[in-house]
Write a protein that binds this ligand. Structure first.
Ligand code: GLN
Length: 499
């Protein structure tokens, strides 16, 4: 095992800049680690070793020539297989895109390429990002490096497992209702859902377009901040992309302070329904924040009680519309009916029946029903009204506090085969703390706050829309205070590494 794999992305960047090691060495160390552990973790759908090494070599040569490079040049990254990569198979973990090789490039991958980050591969996810365990993948199971009997969370479970398993120092996920923050919580890593529009969605396979946001993930707040800074910025190819200038999130994380910061604990997201171990770790983290000078207040956001219901109407409605494009005609899988006439309609039905998994079908049916003529106002219309109320509740709360906080998820990583892991309703309830941020478009971050029964607990920080800077200036010092108060969560795993 090479010690390069336990370094943070920023440590790797510094070592590359000073010539301590090369990008080829760093990339090869991670590829070796992937080869040694993939049978256990199953984080990747596709490993792109040749491509990664070619980029690494190119960056090393440019550095040797004295060319100016991006701060993260040569630091490897893993991309969720929902990010379109030109010339590299992109599946969304669905049989319907099993052999799809995109003819165009996503803005995220373009930025990663331009900055010279070797891409290690495409990580596993729940099909089309629908799920919370990565079990709804047509490409096998991803296991939690903390305990292989437990799920890594989802839908960006592969991205999170790659980080916690030291297969990659940085990962790109996506978050529609918590899919970056919840797997980060379950694996003891850091996951960020930026303000809606902060990172371009061009070339991100759509789940629910008004909620989807690309999420930078790392093993520390500063690493995630560095990746966020690289990926953010206005993109004319995404009409919802914000024109805002990009702040130096790393400096904000490193120089922030908790002194005088007001942290609002969302009343609706604590207490009943949260595991005792999760609540205890969350409360202990609040004590650490208070000792570091933060003011802790309780905040009432009544509409959040209805957020889950609104999300599970708006999200499937958008899913049913976005996934209509997989019709067996344009790209991806095409299946002809076994009997009867071959028409556009029968081919479409046969293709979708064979290509989509059960969870995706469930949501398409739900969304199609919610949008149907007679029910539109009753369901979709009402849900949109709740969405506005949630936004107003947050806006009001942020008048009184700098950030809002809660546990990221009500539980730690579920055990495979546990009743709750196979019950869709129980899983939907697990999104209660994360999805309000997507409905409101505000930024959210999950960082590790200790363990409960040997598994990591996530602490969520929410900030006002377009104030991702404030989120980092609280998350950075909180992470530092928590690490000063107890062992760094991922060190437990790093110490046990053998292969
Ligand atoms: N678990 C949530 C869901 O299943 C979130 C998904 C996501 O953020 N992509 O909808």
């Amino acid at each position: 095992m090479s010690e390069l794999i336990t370094k943070s992305a920023l440590e790797l960047a510094a070592g590359l800049a000073s010539g301590e090691f090369s990008s080829v060495e760093v990339t090869q160390a991670h590829l070796d680690r992937i080869a040694a552990t993939e049978d256990d973790f199953g984080s990747f759908i596709t490993v792109t070793d040749e491509l990664a090494l070619a980029t690494a070599k190119d960056v090393d040569e440019k550095r040797a020539r004295g060319e100016e490079l991006h701060a993260l040049a040569g630091v490897p990254v893993a991309l969720k297989d929902l990010v379109v990569t030109e010339g590299v198979r992109t599946t969304a973990a669905s049989k319907i895109l099993e052999n799809w090789v995109p003819p165009y490039e996503s803005t995220v991958h373009n930025k990663v390429k331009d900055a010279g980050l070797p891409v290690l591969g495409k990580t596993n996810l729940d099909e089309f990002a629908m799920g919370s365990t990565t079990e709804h993948s047509a490409f096998g199971t991803t296991r939690n490096p903390w305990n292989l009997e437990h799920v890594p969370g989802g839908s960006s479970g592969g991205a999170a497992a790659a980080l916690a398993g030291f297969q990659a120092p940085l990962s790109v996920g996506t978050d529609t209702g918590g899919s970056v923050r919840q797997p980060a919580a379950f694996t003891g890593t850091v996951g960020v859902k930026p303000t809606y529009g902060s990172i371009s969605r061009f070339g991100i396979i759509a789940m629910a377009s008004s909620l989807d946001q690309v999420g930078p993930m790392g093993r520390s707040v500063a690493d995630a901040a560095a990746l966020h800074k690289l990926l953010a910025g206005h993109d004319p190819l995404d009409s919802t992309s914000l024109p805002d200038p990009v702040s130096d999130f790393v400096a904000l994380a490193e120089n922030g302070t908790l002194k005088g910061k007001r942290l609002g604990v969302i009343k609706q997201l604590t207490g009943d329904g949260y595991d005792a171990g999760v609540s205890a770790a969350f409360t202990a983290a609040l004590d650490v924040a208070a000792a570091a000078g933060a003011e802790i207040v309780e905040v009432d956001c009544p509409s959040i009680s209805y957020a889950l219901d609104a999300y599970y109407l708006i999200m499937p409605s958008e899913v049913s519309s976005n996934l209509a494009r997989y019709d067996g005609m344009r790209y991806g899988l095409r299946v002809e009916p076994e009997t009867g006439p071959v028409t556009a309609e029968t081919v479409m039905a046969a293709t979708r029946a064979a290509g989509f998994g059960a969870e995706v079908k469930r949501r398409i049916i739900l969304g199609t029903y919610a949008l149907s003529a007679g029910y539109y106002d009753a369901y979709y219309g009402s849900a949109q009204k709740i969405r506005t109320l949630v936004q107003r509740d947050f806006a009001k709360a942020f008048d009184a506090v700098d950030v809002l906080v809660s546990p990221t998820a009500p539980t730690t990583a579920l055990r495979f085969g546990a009743e709750s892991a196979s019950d869709p309703m129980a899983l939907y309830l697990g999104d209660v703390a994360t999805l309000p941020a997507n409905l409101a478009g505000i930024p959210g971050l999950s960082l590790p706050a200790g363990l409960a029964d040997g598994l990591p607990v996530g602490f969520q920080i929410l900030a006002p829309a377009r104030q991702d800077a404030m989120m980092y200036s609280v998350a950075g010092p909180l992470e530092a205070a928590l690490e000063a108060a107890g062992p760094r969560v991922l060190d437990t795993l790093a110490e046990g590494l053998t292969k």
